[in-house]
Ligand binder design. Sequence first.
Ligand code: ZN
Length: 309
Amino acid sequence: MSNDIQSTNFWWVNQGQTYADELRLGVLWAPIATSEGRRFGHWDALDEASIGDLVFHYANGYLRAISVVQLSSRPAKTPFDNRPWDDAGREVRTTYFELDVPIPLASIPESVRLAKSYAGSPFDRNGDVKQGYFFGLSGRDGMELLEHLGLDDVSTDVTGSDSATVDVRLLGDGPTDATRIRKIRLEQRAIRLLLLKGSLQSECAICGETYPSNLLAAAHIKPRYACSESERRDLAVIMAACLFGCDALYEGGLIHVDSMGLVQQTRGSTTTAPVSSRIGAIAGRQVSAYSQKSAKYFAWHRTHVAGVK
Ligand SMILES: [Zn+2]
């Protein structure tokens, strides 16, 4: 499976002040145009990102995270307050893997940055990071950058059969803690969504219907922002939820999963007839992602998101 990485596109994003918000939301967001109607290639480029692509996240002098695109661009209003641009934009959903130690840009040799200065690249003729948001990198440059960051072995390995898991390894073997080994295990269903470019289908954990993976989200059972570091690495915290309602209904707390693992409508949630009808169709279903391991995550969601006492 290690070859998958070679068909992956690489991107570089400059996030500055918006890094924290975008990280928390698991998104990348860019406006369509300035308030004067001006468009920029480094904003439009976000529409080119596709499922499974790898993104380098840079903010305030440091490379801070790598992410894997989960859902390609779709129209979305700005998630930020008080920003000097138009509300209308697009977002890409992406799964962030924060580096244990942020890596200073200066640790990437100037020669490497200079070699990667070309039209559309993230670096200028001085080897500095260009002004702008989202930039493409060639496959070779992406791999080279990973190498220089001590993250050169990014691979996926399928192990086991029944309860197969996939490892995404970002391995480093340098002398500093900036390159300490980081290993992330993800549930196979989630990693399929993330890495296999929508070529496979999967079952929605909530409604049980089968959808192509580009119509499924790798949803956090307990919201990622509320997870501890070890919970974030727990396979059981992720489930595949379809975009035909289950993902949004669950995330918004309109439905929750009871202590028997059954879908329940959250009482008192404001809704309309089509939503009620959709919830009616799934209420009482046994959720396939419910297990001894995931029960505590569903319980957290039930109490804190759905407000069930
Ligand atoms: Zn569903």
